[in-house]
Design a protein around this ligand. Structure first.
Ligand code: ZN
Length: 206
């Protein structure tokens, strides 16, 4: 495989990218000059130096000097420890955080499950979620889990799978489990909902 094909293989792994788009990215890089390519490469490497994945909520965050394994939300005394809101991806987290309507804990699954997904446990961080719920219930604080998936078929499938997997824990610890109310119109990805829509969906959770 030559370097063009090899790099295209990597772009092919990006979300929503097909083989033609992947090749287009490589040619775009080639036509943009060496300075552009070098800067991009440096920026990619800089991620490893500055960003960590939170051991608790699985969110990517800017690592401080103390090289903490936990993010600022998980460690903040202002975070409401009684609720845990579960989202599919980082961009959903960003959208919710921006609304300033929710102040509890988060968990990022790192993906969603297509219908009939053969390896759900590899596609999303479900084992980590189970561990996290166990930890938070044994600390005695957690009372409610909110499923905040998009109003898409994949989102609904993911919510069902998560609910089924954590059901024994929910029962054992008498937790409340809720899903965002249907303020979100069908087919909407969470990351595209505006502040009012999300605030209503959160208020109308059931
Ligand atoms: Zn965290």
């Amino acid at each position: 495989m030559n370097p063009i094909e090899k790099l295209a293989e990597y772009f092919l792994k990006f979300p929503g990218t097909g083989p033609r788009q992947a090749k287009r990215f490589v040619y775009f890089l080639l036509s943009n000059g060496q300075v552009f390519r070098k800067t991009l490469a440096v920026q990619i490497l800089a991620l490893d130096e500055a960003v960590s994945q939170c051991a608790s909520c699985r969110r990517f965050f800017m690592r401080g000097r103390d090289a903490s394994l936990l993010c600022d939300i998980c460690t903040s005394p202002n975070t409401d420890q009684t609720t845990l809101l579960i989202v599919e991806k980082e961009t959903d987290f960003d959208a919710i955080k921006k609304t300033n309507a929710y102040h509890g804990r988060y968990f990022i699954l790192g993906g969603s499950l297509p219908i009939l997904e053969p390896n759900p446990n590899e596609k999303i961080s479900i084992a980590e979620l189970v561990k996290e719920i166990e930890k938070q219930t044994s600390a005695g604080a957690l009372k409610e889990i909110i499923l905040a998936m998009g109003a898409t078929r994949e989102g609904e499938n993911t919510a069902q799978y998560v609910a089924k997997t954590i059901e024994p824990l929910v029962k054992k610890h008498s937790l409340r489990i809720s899903a965002l109310g249907r303020g979100l119109s069908t087919g909407t990805e969470l990351e595209y909902s505006d502040t009012d829509t999300f605030t209503n969906a959160l208020k109308n959770r059931r």
